[in-house]
Every structure is written in structure tokens, then in C-alpha cells.
Design a protein around this ligand. Structure first.
Ligand code: GTP
Ligand code: SPV
Ligand code: MN
Length: 589
């Protein structure tokens, strides 16, 4: 049945261990999606919405986000996982996983999903195969990846990354299924970097279960990138065109639920400026012979945060999800449509909330889970970039790092050079969000927005970035910027954000073109306040200055925090980072 000897052997091995009722090799067709969706309607996992081809589903309250405490990098040596990852010896981990996997697919179908990360036939793309016992996961993979018969064909004789997933909920004979099967006891999201394998057990949600995303494209991807000389990053990719028709591409890293989807599809507040989207979550980037950095989006769809998405904040995302979209953990309207906090100013009078309970505005609880998500095809985005599937990628002129910071970090500044830019990426801190299980709003270090996603020692990762920068010249390397849309005064955001962020991007664009002088400061290059185009924006006097301010008291504290943090990486902390930290400290004495 499977014309790929390695794949066939692996499937046979998993069948013998997990004991599914049957095996289904996915062809990726529309008919396949339809029939799985119908099966999910029958098992009450899906409710058909009035939006064409769209479905509502909701998970159990114990399976709503990534589980970082259950995520492991099982490298042969503990040192290679580094201080920011959970580690276990691969053999020890297999001793835990094997008994859990034994018979775990009983009563279920084992689906085999051949998928390709990146455009098919691109030299930068990689193959994977996900085995899963969740039809919900298959439907999501249909949207999120290029998958199916044509991928299997292209994969013939080629290497693929095996990604094994089970919801960990075997069905006894005669037992009826629940609408959201997952393990009540055990969750493990495990990566074997040397074997280039992923095993995920117990969860059906998002990045825990859609293994092409964080597990392969980032954790295994970063390991491949280090070895092969490229970068796997938690970054959006966007094209920016100025009123003269000149275009530049940017890649931007923000921690989970901190604004990548918003920026990737920004609706410009400045006339004549246009943003087009290549990707909203992950970038695979390679330096080419010309010394420039090129990016491809390994994904095929968006798994975007629903709450807060509206025609005011992200109209293009709203248009993307009009059809053929899976909604998870949003609220359901009596008319068979969806709703979430922030979608409209006035909530509907009556809803079914994300837990399936009836809800009214005075219920005293949210209707949608804060990490409720939509799964939608990238091709439906009205501002998808014409080059989004270009097999060679798009040339990156600017890299942006950002976090959710109520203070200290100014609206925008530029690094002095590549190594200083690497330091800015390494220095990101951000308040935690609902994208991962755990406390909300707690400030934590999240270097390069990769804290939960780097598949090896973060100190080696910094060194890899410094090394990669040597492939370019001052002329060809992307400029590197830091932004903060989230700075507050008296509890209110200082910067309007969203579509107005184009004003900041415009300054970057002009800096890259050499059209704007910056102001040298102790932290890097700041804009002259008059160089941020505020035309047509009603903003209180002094507010921009406040948003751009470098407060020495706060920065002394920031430098101290970083000085306390970086020793975590021990002797793997590159001297270049130490040097940048020393410069920062010296500048505030
Ligand atoms: P993942 O998919 O989890 O990796 O995250 P993401 O970075 O794509 O997150 P997303 O764009 O969905 O972030 C949404 C959150 O960021 C919401 O809380 C938005 O309100 C907020 N946000 C996005 N852009 C802005 C902005 O310019 N200003 C402010 N204040 N908030 C913003
Ligand atoms: C994130 O948490 O950064 C996401 C969502 O993009 S998930 O795919 O669930 O990891
Ligand atoms: Mn993400």
C-alpha cells in the first residue's frame, strides 16, 4: 500500500506498538477532508458552521494550549539540550513512552500524513510524515501543511522526519468516543534531535499535536539549521511596498500571542504603503551566494489567535477566515456562526461558550478561551504575497525583534550592527500569554521568541546566529530592529499599534535605504521623533516622545537583569554577546 520502504517499515512498527483498528494513508484530497469532517460531526467534535466549509470545535479545559513543562529535548547529552529545555536521556524517555504507546490507538484509525514544509520542490523544503490517531489533527494538517498523495510521490527515495502523535485515549470494544479525546494523565511532547524524530502523546491541541509546526519546523528545524547552515525561526515574513512601488521584505520575531499575525497582515494607516503576508509564525532563512538572507514560510496555513481579532484590529485575518476554516475554543452563536472577545464591541446576547455551556454577557466569564484559534488556508488571505510560494524564498532587508513590555523598551530602535542585533534578539523579555499553559502576564526572558522552540543549547544558538552573520556584508546583511508596541503609561498603551505600526515600519524602510539619519543612543540607533510619520494620526502631544524614551533608571535595571540572566548559558555564551552586554553596561555608568 505504501510505496516507500522506510515509511512502510515505520508504519508497520507503529501499528505493532499502538494497535490501531485500521490504517488510513492520507491523500490530501477535498473528498478526504469532507469525509473526515463528517466523521467528526458524527462524533460531536465538529459542529458545521454557516460559514462555508467551516467547523466549530472545543477542547476539554485541560487541553487548551502548549504544555511547556511536558516538552522535552532528548538529546544524547544533557548539555546539548541546554539550560532552557527540559531534558531526559533518550533511552529513559523511551522507557516512559513505550508503555504509554502500547495499544494507545486501540479502537481508532491510524492516519498517515506525508507532508512537506515549504514549497514542494524548493531546495529549502523538508519532508515529514505525521502518524496520528486524531481525525481533528488530520483536518488541521490539511490546512496547515502541504500534504497528501503528491507529497508522498515527491518524497519517494527521500528522507523524512517521523512525527508520531497519539491523543492517548484508546477505546475499548463498544466504548463510545468523547468529543475531545486526550489523555487525562500523561502528556509528553518529545524531540530526539539526533534521530530527528518527534513523539507527542496525550494532547490534541495546537502545537502539541500539529507536529509540522513547533516540533518539526522549529525544534527539529533549528537543529537541522545549525548543522546545515541556516536559520529556523519563530518569525512572520512580510513584504512592504512604499508609495513609489519599491518593495522590501521583513522578518519579525515576537513571542507567542504578541502580534505576529497582526503585523504580518497589517492594514496600512499610511496612504500608499502596503503590507503583504508571506507567513505569520515561522520562517526558514538561508544566506545565499549573493550574501543576502532569503526566507521561506514552511507552513501552508495560519493557526491564529482568535480573541482580539476584529475588522478594527486585523481586517485581512477576518476576511481570511470567512470560509474553509476550523475554529477551536471560540464561542458559537445560535445562528451557527462564531464569536470571541474583541470581535465586536457589543457581544451577542446569547452564545454557547467554548466549553459548550450556554452563555450571556452577564455570565461573568469569557465566552472564548483566550488561546482560542482559527485554522485557515494561507491562500485565502486577501494580502497573501505573490512570492509566498517562491521556492527560492524572499530576500530579507530587515529583522525585527519585539516583546510585550509595559516599560523600558522604546517603541523602536535599530542595532548598530549584526552582532548588536543578535544581542537584541537574545535580550527579548516578554509577559507570558495564554498560548502556553501557566501563569499569565509574568515577565520572562524569551530569547529570539524561541525559548519554548529551540531544539538545542540556546548558547550555541546565539553563536550560530553570530556565525551566520559572517555570510553577509554590511551592505547585504538585514538591518536589525527592536520594537515594543506594548509600552504603557498610567495603564494605557502609549502607541496605537496595529495599522499604525506601518509608521514605524516606514522609518525602518527609510533607514535601510539610507534616507534617514538616526540618533545614536546608549542602547542603539533611535529615530529622530520627526522621522516617525504621524500624518493623519491623532496622538497626544509628547506621547511619541514618551514611547521612544530611553529612561536611564529603567535601563540600568535592564542591563542588570541581563547580566544576571546570561551566565545561565555558561561557557557557551558567545564572547560577542558578553561584549555587547559590557557595552550596554558601560553606556549607563
Ligand atoms: P502565536 O500564533 O501564538 O505565535 O502568536 P502571534 O504573535 O501570531 O500573535 P497574534 O498576532 O495573534 O497576537 C495577538 C495579540 O497581540 C492580541 O492580544 C493583540 O491585541 C496583540 N497585538 C497585536 N498587535 C498589537 C499592537 O500593535 N498593539 C497592541 N497593543 N497589541 C497588539
Ligand atoms: C505559539 O504558541 O507560538 C503558536 C501556537 O503559534 S501553537 O502552534 O499552539 O504553538
Ligand atoms: Mn507561534
Amino acid at each position: 500500500m505504501i510505496d516507500h520502504p522506510t515509511l512502510k517499515a515505520w508504519v508497520d512498527e507503529v501499528v505493532a506498538l499502538c494497535r490501531p483498528e485500521s490504517v488510513h494513508l492520507c491523500d490530501g484530497s477535498k473528498a478526504e477532508f469532507e469525509s473526515l469532517a463528517q466523521a467528526l460531526i458524527d462524533s460531536k467534535t465538529f459542529v458545521r458552521l454557516k460559514r462555508p466549509g467551516s467547523f466549530w470545535s472545543h477542547s476539554t479545559p485541560d487541553d487548551v494550549a502548549r504544555v511547556e513543562e511536558a516538552t522535552f529535548i532528548c538529546s544524547l547529552k544533557e548539555e546539548d539540550a541546554g539550560p532552557t529545555n527540559h531534558w531526559k536521556d533518550p533511552q529513559e524517555m523511551k522507557k516512559i513512552l513505550t508503555p504509554l504507546l502500547k495499544g494507545c490507538m486501540q479502537g481508532r484509525v491510524l492516519y498517515v500524513i506525508p507532508f512537506c514544509l515549504g514549497p514542494l520542490h524548493s531546495p529549502f523544503s523538508r519532508f515529514g510524515v505525521q502518524i496520528t490517531d486524531s481525525a481533528y489533527v488530520v483536518c488541521n494538517m490539511h490546512i496547515m501543511t502541504r500534504m497528501g498523495a503528491n507529497v508522498l510521490e515527491a518524497m519517494k527515495g527521500k528522507y523524512f522526519v517521523p512525527c508520531l502523535h497519539s491523543v492517548g485515549a484508546p477505546l475499548k470494544p463498544g466504548e463510545t468516543d468523547v468529543s475531545w479525546p486526550c489523555s487525562k494523565k500523561d502528556k509528553y511532547i518529545v524531540h530526539f534531535p539526533e534521530e530527528k524524530r518527534v513523539i507527542s502523546f496525550g494532547s490534541g491541541y495546537g502545537g502539541n499535536a500539529l507536529l509540522g509546526k513547533k516540533s518539526f519546523a522549529l525544534r527539529i528545524g533549528s537543529v537541522l539549521g545549525r548543522k546545515e547552515g541556516w536559520l529556523a525561526e519563530h518569525m512572520l515574513i512580510m513584504g512592504v511596498t512604499n508609495p513609489e512601488g519599491k518593495k522590501k521584505y521583513f522578518a519579525a520575531a515576537f513571542p507567542s500571542a504578541c502580534g505576529k499575525t497582526n503585523l504580518a497582515m497589517l492594514k496600512s494607516a499610511l496612504p500608499g504603503w502596503k503590507v503583504e503576508c508571506v507567513g505569520d509564525d515561522i520562517a526558514w532563512m538561508h544566506f545565499r551566494q549573493d550574501g543576502r538572507l532569503y526566507a521561506v514560510n514552511p507552513e501552508f496555513g495560519f493557526f491564529g489567535v482568535a480573541p482580539g481579532t476584529s475588522y478594527a484590529s486585523n481586517g485581512y485575518a477576518m476576511d481570511t477566515i470567512k470560509k474553509d476554516t476550523i475554529f477551536t475554543n471560540v464561542a458559537l452563536t445560535p445562528e451557527g456562526d462564531v464569536w470571541w472577545e474583541g470581535m465586536t464591541e457589543v457581544p451577542p446576547p446569547k452564545l454557547t461558550d467554548w466549553q459548550g455551556q450556554s452563555w450571556t454577557p452577564d455570565s461573568g466569564r469569557v465566552a472564548a478561551h483566550p488561546n482560542a484559534r482559527f485554522t485557515a488556508p494561507a491562500s485565502q488571505c486577501p494580502v497573501i504575497d505573490p512570492a509566498w510560494q517562491d521556492p527560492t524564498g524572499v530576500p530579507i532587508s530587515g529583522i525585527i525583534f519585539g516583546g510585550r513590555r509595559a516599560d523600558t523598551i522604546p517603541l523602536v530602535y535599530e542595532s548598530r550592527d549584526w552582532n548588536h542585533g543578535v544581542f537584541l534578539g537574545a535580550s527579548i523579555s516578554s509577559e507570558t500569554t495564554a498560548a502556553a499553559k501557566g501563569v499569565l502576564g509574568k515577565l520572562r526572558h524569551d530569547p529570539f521568541a524561541m525559548l519554548p522552540f529551540c531544539g538545542y543549547h540556546m548558547g550555541d544558538y546565539f553563536a550560530h546566529w553570530i556565525q551566520e552573520g559572517k555570510k553577509g556584508t554590511a551592505k547585504t546583511l538585514p538591518h536589525i530592529f527592536s520594537v515594543n508596541w506594548f509600552r504603557k503609561k498610567d495603564g494605557k498603551f502609549l502607541w496605537p499599534g496595529f495599522g499604525d505600526n506601518i509608521r514605524v515600519i516606514k522609518w525602518m524602510f527609510e533607514r535601510i535605504d539610507g534616507a534617514k539619519e538616526g540618533v545614536s543612543s546608549p542602547i542603539g540607533i533611535l529615530p529622530q521623533p520627526e522621522d516617525i510619520d504621524l500624518s493623519g494620526l491623532k496622538i497626544e502631544k509628547g506621547q511619541l516622545a514618551e514611547a521612544l524614551k530611553v529612561n536611564p533608571v529603567e535601563w540600568k535595571q535592564e542591563a542588570k537583569t541581563l547580566e544576571d540572566y546570561f551566565p545561565l548559558f555558561g561557557n557557551k555564551l558567545p564572547p560577542e554577546i558578553k561584549e555587547q552586554l559590557a557595552i550596554l553596561k558601560k553606556n549607563f555608568i
